[in-house]
Write a protein that binds this ligand. Structure first.
Ligand code: SF4
Ligand code: MG
Length: 336
């Protein structure tokens, strides 16, 4: 099976300049620093990491909303970095995004119906009449009512607005939906409803999701595979079941241990992470995680650990992945 989306060596580096009249470069922000992954058809790949780790930038690069400094992006076999004009527009239709903040992403002056129809107008799909019919269908698809089309965004709750955002993304029948923390701004009680809706839509429409989240708790109901990012790079990637039952990177262990387990005896023995995430302008040499890693050794400060297969279907970027002490972590039972 060929992947729907495949990125390799993806990077985004920004020069940092100082001075008003004569600007000089004083450094480089390595926001995304060589990321490779693929998303298969009908699959959800979750991209997880603390805020500022480069996951949103990675998503925007994959959609080519911003231009990469390096790397390749293939969508359905086509090289996205080389496509221009009409062909790029056609690709754009097939890759949609749902944003984190349903308040900020909807124009307050457009009715909900017009907001949902807008992507169809942009892509020249249908006419007024057919778009109105489609809006009605989409509203029902996301659990809203046809009469909601004439209302304005401020008349809806956060969860309903996110449903509107999803309807808008689905209006042009995409194959891939990038979900940038779609439930992070919602109450916990509403999060599950939106996640369930997204899973249901995926099954009905055969969608692929690149699902971004800052903690592993949200993705345990959503993901097929998980990639854990730290400071612009992937630390561990594998099937959700394997990664939750048997995390093989110290950073993944720390993220998992931060989730309250229904059975406290299975939360394991993991020291919480000390220190702060270093600045992406000063990525540590060797293993970028070594300044916070409880297992760091001399080699870690010098040699970059490559992301490599450490178990069937599971990759980790750690020199000592195979010899880490048993953490006693097991989140597999907590999975649904
Ligand atoms: Fe820790 Fe070294 Fe592994 Fe990096 S390579 S995660 S510093 S043990
Ligand atoms: Mg973000």
């Amino acid at each position: 099976m060929t992947p729907l989306l495949e990125v390799a060596g993806l990077a985004k580096h920004y020069p940092v300049k100082q001075g008003v009249i004569r600007q000089r470069e004083v450094g480089t922000v390595r926001a995304v620093d060589g990321v490779s992954f693929s998303v298969m058809r009908g699959e959800t790949l979750a991209l997880v990491g603390e805020s500022g780790c480069g996951k949103s930038t990675t998503a925007r690069l994959a959609l080519r909303l911003i231009e990469p400094s390096a790397g390749s992006i293939r969508f359905d076999g086509q090289d996205v970095t080389k496509v221009t004009g009409g062909a790029m527009r056609a690709l754009r239709r097939r890759m949609q995004i749902v944003f984190q903040d349903p308040y900020a992403s909807l124009n307050p002056r457009l009715t909900v119906g017009d907001a949902i129809a807008e992507p169809m107008v942009v892509h020249g799909i249908g006419n007024d009449r057919s778009r109105q019919d489609r809006v009605q269908e989409l509203l029902e698809l996301v659990g809203l009512r046809p009469f909601h089309a004439t209302r304005y965004p401020h008349e809806f709750s956060g969860g309903q607005r996110q449903r509107i955002g999803i309807a808008r993304a689905l209006a042009v029948e995409p194959d891939l939906v990038v979900c940038d923390e779609p439930v992070s701004a919602l109450d916990v009680s509403i999060q599950a409803q939106v996640v369930n809706l997204m899973k249901d839509l995926q099954a009905r429409l055969g969608l692929s999701y690149l699902f971004i989240a800052h903690d592993l708790a949200v993705v345990k109901h959503m993901a097929d595979r998980v990639a854990v990012m730290y400071l612009g790079a992937i630390m561990e990637m594998g099937s959700k079941a394997e990664l939750f039952a048997n995390p093989r990177h110290p950073y993944t262990r720390a993220l998992l241990a931060a989730i309250p387990h229904p059975d406290p005896s299975r939360r394991g023995r993991v020291t919480p992470l000390g220190g702060d995430v270093p600045s992406p302008m000063a990525v540590p040499a060797g293993c970028r995680f070594h300044t916070r890693c409880p297992f760091a050794q001399a080699r870690c400060r010098e040699e970059v650990p490559l992301l490599r297969e450490v178990a069937p279907g599971q990759q980790a970027a750690c020199h000592f992945s195979e010899s880490l002490p048993d953490a006693g972590l097991d989140y597999s039972g907590g999975l649904t």
